[in-house]
Design a protein around this ligand. Sequence first.
Ligand SMILES: CC(C)(COP(=O)(O)OP(=O)(O)OC[C@H]1O[C@@H](n2cnc3c(N)ncnc32)[C@H](O)[C@@H]1OP(=O)(O)O)[C@@H](O)C(=O)NCCC(=O)NCCS
Length: 186
Amino acid sequence: MNQETDFIVRNADENDIPEVMEVNLRTLPENYWYGFYKFVLDKWGDLFLVAETDKKIIGYIMNRIEDARDPVLYGKENELIKEKKRSIEDIMSSFKNMFSESHKVGHVISIAVLPEYRKKGIGTALLNEAIKKMKDNYGAEAVYLEVRVSNKEAISLYKKLGFEEVRIVKEYYRDGEDAYVMVKKL
Ligand SMILES: CC(C)(COP(=O)(O)OP(=O)(O)OC[C@H]1O[C@@H](n2cnc3c(N)ncnc32)[C@H](O)[C@@H]1OP(=O)(O)O)[C@@H](O)C(=O)NCCC(=O)NCCS
């Protein structure tokens, strides 16, 4: 139990899904159906965590593990630093990457904390615990996520934990907003 803020982080189980869905519906416009949560839980249950206080779920994080061939996603390249136009060498190198070895990476699917429990370190605790497990249990080389370019709170949390913006995906979200892809090397 965390003394200062009185919450625990633990693995989610199937009974938690309805409450996790409630937290998600209250906090994010990106919502999922029950079967998706169940699929993620069955496949990467050790990376599906909830924050709980007095038996109430106040936050969650769900993640998956992927095999990445894209060097941006495993933390080798940053498209936002490379300012030059894509040369023929870049195009050839992207083509080569498609056939190169894949790299294990963690992908944060969704993280949220109920508004009344924010700024107490819960988001940090969820993310840190998930990242540790990605590394220890799967040997992940990096962790990446997408975030709305306007989501100052989340971007600030990710930067504090060592993520950096590496790519912009235009109109990634349904409402047309762009996303940053942010990566942290492990
Ligand atoms: C992003 C979110 C998960 C952060 O959760 P949290 O429990 O409040 O995060 P923490 O208390 O661990 O905060 C850690 C850091 O995040 C940043 N941060 C969090 N809230 C912030 C705010 N309102 N303004 C500015 N920075 C903020 C700060 O850098 C903070 O460090 P500090 O406390 O030393 O200043 C939470 O705001 C949330 O659920 N937002 C809605 C859902 C969402 O946007 N999810 C991310 C989708 S990509």
